[in-house]
Design a protein around this ligand. Structure first.
Ligand code: 6MZ
Length: 342
C-alpha cells in the first residue's frame, strides 16, 4: 500500500474542526440545493464563494459569513452538521471533536442552536462509524456576556448530553477582543469540569500568549508564535499544540510549509503535537491531506504518524477507557499494515 493510501485508510482523530468551516464544496452544494433549490450554474458560483485561495486572516474571516447564512435555519444547521460529520467519517476519522459558536437568529435562540447541533450529531452517529464530541466556541470578537451565555448553555446541557459536550473553545479573529476580559468566564467553565482548548499564539502577541499560558488550557490552537520560553512553559504544563498546516499557510501566518512551526515543535520534542484541519471546507483540505503534507514536508516515518495519532487520543476530551479503545484500534491498524503479508 502506498503512503497516501496508508494515511487515507488510517483510523484518524480530529480535534480542531470548526463546524461552519468544515463544509466542503460538495456539502455546500447539497445544502444550497436542499435549502434553495439552486441549479448547477449557480452551484459553480457558490463554490467559488466558499473556498479561500489564500490571503490574510481578516479576509479568511469574511468567508464564514456565507456559511453562517446557510446554517441560520434549523434545517440548514442540522443538515450542515450531518454533512460535516459524514465527510470526516468518509476520511476515516473515527473520533471527531467538532466546535461551533452558538448563534441567535430569528429562528433560534443560542440554546436551540446548540440543541439542533446535538440532535444532528446523535442522529449521524447512528449512521456513520464515528464518535463525535462537541465544544462550544466563545467568539473573542463578541461580548463577555455572550461568552457567559455560551458557558451557561454548555453547563446546562452537559448533564443531558454528557458524552457529547466536552469543553469550551476560545476562538474568533485573534486581532479582536481582549483575552483578560474572558478569564472569569473561562474560569467558571474550568471549575465546572469543562475542558479548555484556546486559540493561542495564532498571531504575534507575546503579552497575550503569556497571559493565556499562565491561565492554562488543555490544548493550544495553532501555537504559531510561541517563543522558546513560552514553549518550555507549554511543555512543563503538558499542553498539546493543535497544528493546522494548510490553514496557517493559506492565512499567511506561516510563510510556507517548510517553515511551519510543526517542524521545530515535533522534531525537537518541544511539546505534544496534534495534526488538525481547522476549517477543511474553507481551506479545501482533509485530515488525510494534512497527514500526507506533514509526512512529505518533514520526512515523517510511520512511527511518527503513529505518535501523532496517539498524541491526539491522549489529549482528546474523553474518558480514559475510550482513549484505551481508540489507541488499540490505531495500534492494530499500524501493526497489520506494517507486517509483511503472508
Ligand atoms: C480563529 C476561527 C478560525 O463556530 O461558526 N474560526 N477562529 N482562528 C481561525 N483560524 C483560521 N477558523 C474558524 O465556525 C466558524 C467560526 O470559527 C472560528 C470563527 O469564529 C468563525 O466564525 P462556527 O461553526
Amino acid at each position: 500500500m502506498d503512503t497516501t493510501n496508508f494515511i487515507r485508510m488510517m483510523p484518524k482523530i480530529e480535534l480542531h474542526a470548526h463546524l461552519n468551516g468544515s463544509l466542503c464544496t460538495k456539502s455546500i452544494e447539497e445544502l444550497c440545493e436542499e435549502l434553495y433549490g439552486v441549479n448547477s450554474n449557480e452551484k459553480v458560483l457558490l463554490s467559488k464563494e466558499l473556498v479561500f485561495d489564500g490571503g490574510n486572516l481578516d479576509q479568511c474571516f469574511l468567508k464564514f459569513r456565507f456559511m453562517h447564512e446557510l446554517t441560520a435555519t434549523k434545517k440548514g444547521l442540522q443538515l450542515a452538521t450531518e454533512l460535516a460529520i459524514r465527510d470526516f467519517a468518509k476520511d476515516n476519522v473515527i473520533y471527531l471533536e467538532l466546535r461551533t459558536t452558538p448563534k441567535k437568529n430569528s429562528e433560534m435562540s443560542k440554546e436551540e442552536y446548540v440543541k439542533n447541533v446535538l440532535e444532528a450529531i446523535e442522529r449521524t452517529m447512528k449512521i456513520e462509524s464515528i464518535h463525535v464530541s462537541l465544544l462550544l466556541s466563545i467568539d473573542r470578537s463578541k461580548s463577555v456576556a455572550e461568552a457567559e451565555e455560551t458557558v451557561n448553555i454548555a453547563l446546562q446541557l452537559k448533564n443531558t448530553y454528557k458524552d457529547i459536550i466536552s469543553g469550551i473553545d476560545f476562538s474568533g479573529n485573534p486581532k479582536l477582543g481582549n483575552f483578560m476580559h474572558f478569564i472569569p468566564v473561562l474560569e467558571k467553565a474550568r471549575k465546572n469540569d469543562l475542558k479548555l482548548a484556546l486559540h493561542c499564539a495564532e498571531i504575534h502577541n507575546p503579552a497575550e500568549i503569556d497571559q493565556m499560558i499562565k491561565f492554562g488550557m488543555e490544548r493550544c490552537g495553532h501555537g504559531t508564535f510561541l517563543s522558546e520560553l513560552q514553549l518550555n512553559e507549554i511543555y512543563r504544563r503538558n499542553i498539546a499544540i493543535e497544528c493546522c498546516l494548510t490553514s496557517n499557510v493559506k492565512c499567511s501566518t506561516v510563510k510556507c510549509y517548510d517553515d511551519h512551526h510543526f517542524k521545530h515543535i515535533f522534531n525537537d520534542k518541544k511539546a505534544p503535537v496534534i495534526l488538525c484541519t481547522d476549517d477543511c471546507g474553507v481551506f479545501d483540505t482533509t485530515l488525510s491531506n494534512e497527514f500526507v503534507l506533514a509526512k512529505n514536508t518533514f520526512n515523517l516515518t510511520k512511527n511518527d504518524l503513529l505518535q501523532l495519532s496517539l498524541n491526539a487520543v491522549e489529549f482528546a476530551f474523553v474518558h480514559e477507557h475510550f482513549k484505551h479503545d481508540l489507541k488499540q484500534r490505531i495500534r492494530h491498524y499500524f501493526k497489520i499494515q506494517t507486517e509483511p503479508e503472508s
